[in-house]
Ligand binder design. Sequence first.
Ligand SMILES: CC(C)(COP(=O)(O)OP(=O)(O)OC[C@H]1O[C@@H](n2cnc3c(N)ncnc32)[C@H](O)[C@@H]1OP(=O)(O)O)[C@@H](O)C(=O)NCCC(=O)NCCS
Length: 169
Amino acid sequence: MQLTDLSTVQAIDRLSFPTPARTGLFEHELAQNDIAHYQVLGVAGDGRSPKIIGFSGYWLIADEIHISTIATHPEWRGRGLGELLLLNLLFQAYDHPANMVTLEVRQSNQVAQALYRKYQFEEVGTRPRYYRDTGEDALLMTMPSLSARYHQFLEEQQKALYQRLQSEV
Ligand SMILES: CC(C)(COP(=O)(O)OP(=O)(O)OC[C@H]1O[C@@H](n2cnc3c(N)ncnc32)[C@H](O)[C@@H]1OP(=O)(O)O)[C@@H](O)C(=O)NCCC(=O)NCCS
């Protein structure tokens, strides 16, 4: 993700979350937060630069990756692209290398929870009234062990996902 991507990123962010990221947050993350890592996902456009349809971000804190955001444009959901963003992020966890991955997710967000469970994240606790906009609790989910076996699982998932993307997108 680059500063020039931010108008599209912010538009997707507004369409994706009950309370969008505060003004200046992405600029701060990109320019001033050394532990922050953000990616965009683009699809081939009409010969010019790719069209951004999703993004993800995480903080690398010691040996832990904390997923700060992940979203796909509503018109592109249900096609495996959110999964592609998460897979990419998990492979990056090995490259750092990190030992565990954590995240918070709204209790009502069944779609995101299904995605994380597909990647073997486990619910390890709740943060009561974590979301100030609705007073909703957050579920704390983790992938506690980035083992060689889990890396193999990711490779298998990637293979299956690429086959799906080639046939569907
Ligand atoms: C969560 C989000 C990124 C998923 O992206 P997506 O592109 O729709 O998801 P994918 O098509 O890649 O689906 C991946 C998995 O998510 C789950 N999923 C996706 N859509 C689902 C639905 N409608 N119902 C239940 N589970 C669903 C499934 O486990 C799916 O795997 P499957 O295809 O093998 O069933 C997207 O819905 C989004 O941007 N939501 C708004 C922002 C948000 O809530 N972010 C998470 C914050 S914690």
